[in-house]
Design a protein around this ligand. Structure first.
Ligand code: BV8
Length: 311
């Protein structure tokens, strides 16, 4: 018996619609990775120490205190590397392998869809990724290093662990990560030398390859999506998965998909988090954990989802 609720429509009509679909979009947010153990922006994760996560995700914050912003992103890289893709990430990847007309637009920067081997041509990273490093002087230097999974990025950015001396492996195995998102956990002081520097211009710092508030989304990604939207055929469905749909232009793609004929299926833990523009005839709302709901919704098309132990 599924432990999620269907508040709009029913799963049988969704399965029928999916079976007849060729062009499907998904818009994903932090809720997709929630059951992988990664905090959302709205939930407890919305506050990092005393800072509103959104306020740290700005060029101004980096300008003002690059050490603090790097500790924020170093911590999120560390947490994301410890996490595992969940059945929803794997199910969406399998749908992409079976449906050429499926495109997944993700706001997540945690790299879990990539680690579930979601075909890259059908995964649009709207807000970049924690695992690309770019020169902070984006326009001037243009240096970038993709898929950098080093953890810590620099020794001083190591997430402190409990226990005396973390340099010996035994100590590191038993030592627990200290939750530096908690204001009561002291943060090590940092000096500019402790932060990653651009190896090309040697002048500027490196920063995470994510899109900060006030910054434009990656042009290549915007072009890929416009190309998809401009195709003749109508869009059959858009799955709105684990997002509060409050950040633009990402949230705007729900309305664009509707304009191209799509029916909307919302998958969210919170029944109040519905996309702008409200409900329309034929929409679905499945309330609960995306990691459970997505495999159930896609089952007639992808079968049972294979979730490897660790990736
Ligand atoms: C830009 C990367 C211009 C960094 C992020 C129009 C109207 C109003 C404002 C604007 C507008 N257009 C632009 C703006 C300004 C701004 C904006 O949208 N502000 C908001 C706050 C109002 N947008 C921008 O600044 C964008 N840039 O406009 O540039 C420009 C143009 C040309 C040239 C120069 C400039 C850039 C926005 C991108 C910012 N970067 N991330 C980082 O991650 O650190 S945004 C970040 O926050 C995430 O990527 C994501 O997009 C957003 C968080 O939202 P969600 O992912 O939805 O997470 P949230 O916690 O809110 O919700 C979780 C949901 O999951 C909840 O609904 C919950 O119920 C549900 N849930 C929880 N558990 C589960 C679950 N569901 C299912 N299962 C579960 N288990």
């Amino acid at each position: 018996m599924p432990s999620f609720k269907t508040l709009r429509g029913d799963i049988a009509s969704f399965h029928d619609a999916l079976k007849d679909s060729k062009r499907v979009l998904a818009l994903c947010g932090a809720g997709l990775s929630a059951s992988s153990g990664l905090p959302t922006f709205r939930g407890a994760g919305g506050l990092w120490r005393t800072h509103d996560a959104v306020s740290l995700a700005t060029p101004g914050a980096f300008e003002a205190d690059p050490g603090l912003v790097w500790q924020f992103y170093g911590y999120r890289r560390h947490m994301a590397l410890q996490a595992q893709p969940n059945p929803a990430h794997h199910a969406l990847a399998e749908l992409a392998r079976r449906m050429p007309g499926f495109q997944c637009l993700t706001q997540n920067v945690d790299g879990l869809s990539q680690r579930a081997e979601h075909p890259r041509a059908q995964l649009q990273l709207l807000h970049g990724t924690l695992f690309d490093l770019i020169c902070a002087n984006k326009r001037g230097c243009r240096y970038s290093r993709v898929d950098d999974f080093t953890d810590p990025v620099t020794p001083a950015l190591a997430v402190p662990t409990s226990g005396a001396d973390p340099t010996t492996n035994e100590a590191r195995e038993v030592a627990q990560d200290l939750d530096i998102s908690d204001i009561n956990v002291p943060l090590p002081g940092l000096s500019p030398e402790d932060l990653p520097r651009c190896p090309k211009c040697k002048k500027n710092l490196l920063r995470p390859g994510v899109v900060w508030f006030g910054e434009q989304l990656p042009v290549k990604v915007l072009d890929n999506i416009e190309e998809y939207l401009d195709e003749e055929e109508k869009i059959d469905l858009i799955l709105v998965i684990g997002t509060s749909a409050k950040v633009y232009p990402a949230a705007g793609y729900v309305g664009r998909a509707r304009d191209h004929g799509a029916r909307v299926a919302v998958i969210n833990m919170d029944e109040n988090d519905v996309p702008a523009g409200g409900w329309k005839e034929g929409d679905w709302f499945f309330q609960g954990d995306a990691a459970e709901i997505i495999p159930a919704l896609l089952k007639p098309t992808i079968g049972e989802v294979a979730v490897p132990a660790r990736v």
